[in-house]
Ligand binder design. Sequence first.
Ligand code: UD1
Length: 343
Amino acid sequence: MSKKILVTGGTGYIGSHTVVELQQAGYEVVIIDNLSNSNEEVLDGIVNITGKRPIFFNIDCTDMNALTPLFSEHAFVGIIHFAASKAVGESVQKPLLYYRNNLVSLINLLELMPRHNVKGIVFSSSCTVYGEPDSNPIDENAPIKPAASPYGNSKQINEEIIKDFIHSGADVKSIILRYFNPIGAHPSAEIGELPLGVPQNLVPYITQTGLGIREQLSVFGDDYDTPDGSCIRDFINVVDLAKAHVIAIERMLNDKSNDKVEIFNLGTGIGVSVLELINLFEKVSGTSLNYKIVDRREGDIEKIWAQPDKANNVLGWKAEKSIEETMDSAWKWQLRLREKGVM
Ligand code: UD1
């Protein structure tokens, strides 16, 4: 059987790490990406790790005219759909951009799947769908609360679109993966997180500040109801996360479940505060980080961490890497970027 997988957003952060794991598991990968938040050089990093260059097309998933011939030319057995806009703050400023990118892309792919006998789609969702949890750790059955941003709302609506489509009788399967906070880089330091412009997320901001690219990290609030007052998150290693996608694809292709839609949390099950993460960074990098406490950031959740039992037991997947190893990989990646003169 052909094992060709379409990875949308495959030059992005989680996408590129997943392409590596797919290729190492013997899958043939076709990447589409509009390069809105990545660049083609990521493909070189993938080649340096796997020895194989994935097929790449600069295609925007909202462009049905470009997607249709792609599906005719390649017999995909499955799709992993990462391509999406993901900056929470920007989504508040540009809601229509977020709804267009994140909703139209998914609808296009779902429309094409049954027409071209594509069996399953793995969808990148987020713990953002839970909003502020009533209690932690949070499991997949927790109530979905109103989203705090258009970005979060787009993820909630995407999950509903997938469920409605499959319940309508469409002959496709889906596994929805709710990521907690992915951080770190490939241990080879060949690929990692490379946000264009000023980072919005914590870890790239920390590592860039560690190198002096940013002057100072702002810690958004130390007056939360948590032991040290800063927010708590479940930071999950990006390579661990990527491996779950290969397991999910295999599960769908081999009909290991009777359910046509399944949802899994992907996290470590351990909550770590922003200040604890800064301490860890200082320890692994041997540097002292310049940071200051500022006001809370609008829309932030106080504390959230995963109950990952379902993924552990049903998928047989578990987060394996320690947070120290993960922060070390993020730092090595940042040092590599300097070495290469990227930043
Ligand atoms: C958010 C989304 C998540 C999404 C991710 C991708 C929510 C609730 N979460 O994660 O779904 O997948 O973005 O972009 O919508 N922080 C600082 N200083 C900084 C940056 C961050 O103190 O310069 C703090 C934040 O206040 C937060 C923590 O670090 O408490 C993590 O922030 P971030 O990395 O941006 O991720 P989330 O907001 O948790």
